[in-house]
Design a protein around this ligand. Structure first.
Ligand SMILES: Nc1ncnc2c1ncn2[C@@H]1O[C@H](COP(=O)(O)OP(=O)(O)O)[C@@H](O)[C@H]1O
Ligand SMILES: [Mg+2]
Length: 263
C-alpha cells in the first residue's frame, strides 16, 4: 500500500481548553524536583502524547492532572476548575491492566458501575458494547488468565470506556506488550478515541507510537522535567499505520529525537 501521509489543514479546530497547566512544579519531599515550570494545555477532543526519558516526570504530570497528588506551585485546571481531588470525568489506564482474576472480562468492565450503584441491564448492555468496541466480542465471559496481555489491556480500556469519563489519562498502557501487539492496539486506539471524541493524554517512550496517535507531541527534558518542545502532528484521521514509513512522519521522528537528544 502506498504510504499516504496527507496533512490536514492547519488550525483544525478542537474544542475549548480542557486541561490547562501553567508553570506547574512538583517537588517531592524537599529535594526531588519531578516537574519544573511545566506549561501545557489540551483542548477538547485532542490527543496529546507525552514523551521523555525515564524519570522525567511524565507519570507525575499525569497524577497531578488526575488529582492524585498535589502540585507544589503553579496553576492547574481541568474544565476551568482548580484540581483539588480526583474527578469523575477523568479515567486512567496503566501499564498493568490490574484486573480482578476471579471476575470475567465483563465483570471487570462492570466494576466502575458496580461501585456507584446496583448493576442494571443498561450497564450490562453498555459493557457488552464497550467490549465490542475494543475488539473483544466473544470473550466477554473469559477470565483474565484465559486472555493474552494485549487482550487484558483491551479489557482495561473497555473498563475505562465504561466509566463514561471523557478525559483519558494513559500511562504507558502498551509499554509491556510486544511490538506486534502494541501496533495492533495503536491502530485500535486511534479508531476508538476518534469514535469517542475523548480528550486524551497518553504517556509513552515509544516515539513512533507517540506520533502515530497524537495531534500534538509534548517532549519533556530529563529531570527536573520541563516541556522542551510541542510538535504538531497533522496527518488526516483515521490514520493508516503505513504513514509510519512516510517521509513526513520520519521528519517528525527526527525532530522528537533531536529534542530528546539535545537535553
Ligand atoms: N512519590 C514520590 N516520592 C518521591 N519521589 C518521587 C515520587 N514519585 C516520583 N518521584 C520521583 O520523581 C521523578 C519523576 O518520576 P515519574 O514522574 O515517575 O517519572 P516518569 O514517569 O517520567 O518515568 C523521579 O525522579 C522519581 O523518582
Ligand atoms: Mg512513569
Amino acid at each position: 500500500m502506498a504510504a499516504t501521509a496527507k496533512k490536514k489543514a492547519k488550525n483544525s479546530s478542537f474544542g475549548q481548553t480542557v486541561i490547562d497547566g501553567k508553570n506547574v512544579t512538583k517537588i517531592f519531599g524537599e529535594t526531588v524536583t519531578a516537574l519544573e515550570g511545566a506549561d501545557f494545555n489540551i483542548r477538547a477532543g485532542e490527543f496529546i502524547s507525552l514523551v521523555g526519558p525515564s524519570g522525567c516526570g511524565k507519570s507525575t504530570l499525569l497524577r497531578l492532572v488526575a488529582g492524585l497528588i498535589e502540585k507544589t506551585s503553579g496553576d492547574l485546571t481541568v474544565n476551568n476548575e482548580v484540581v483539588t481531588k480526583p474527578r469523575t470525568d477523568i479515567g486512567m489506564m496503566f501499564q498493568k491492566a490490574v484486573l480482578l482474576d476471579w471476575r470475567t472480562a465483563i465483570e471487570n468492565v462492570l466494576l466502575p458501575s458496580e461501585i456507584q450503584h446496583r448493576i442494571t441491564q443498561d450497564d450490562k448492555n453498555k459493557a457488552m458494547a464497550s467490549l465490542d468496541l475494543v475488539g473483544l466480542k466473544g470473550f466477554e465471559f473469559h477470565f483474565p488468565k484465559q486472555l493474552s496481555g494485549g487482550m487484558q489491556q483491551r479489557v482495561a480500556l473497555a473498563r475505562l470506556i465504561q466509566t463514561g469519563a471523557n478525559i483519558m489519562l494513559m500511562d504507558e498502557p502498551f509499554g509491556a506488550l510486544d511490538e506486534f501487539t502494541r501496533e495492533r492496539l495503536n491502530i485500535e486506539l486511534e479508531r476508538i478515541v476518534g469514535e469517542l471524541k475523548a480528550t486524551t493524554l497518553f504517556v509513552t517512550h515509544n516515539i513512533q507510537e507517540a506520533i502515530f496517535l497524537a495531534d500534538r507531541v509534548l517532549v519533556m527534558t530529563p529531570r527536573p522535567g520541563r516541556i522542551a518542545k510541542i510538535i504538531d502532528v497533522e496527518f488526516d484521521r483515521p490514520r493508516d499505520i503505513s504513514i509510519q514509513t512516510s517521509r513526513d512522519f520520519n521528519i517528525i521522528v527526527e525532530e522528537v529525537r533531536d529534542t530528546l537528544g539535545g537535553h
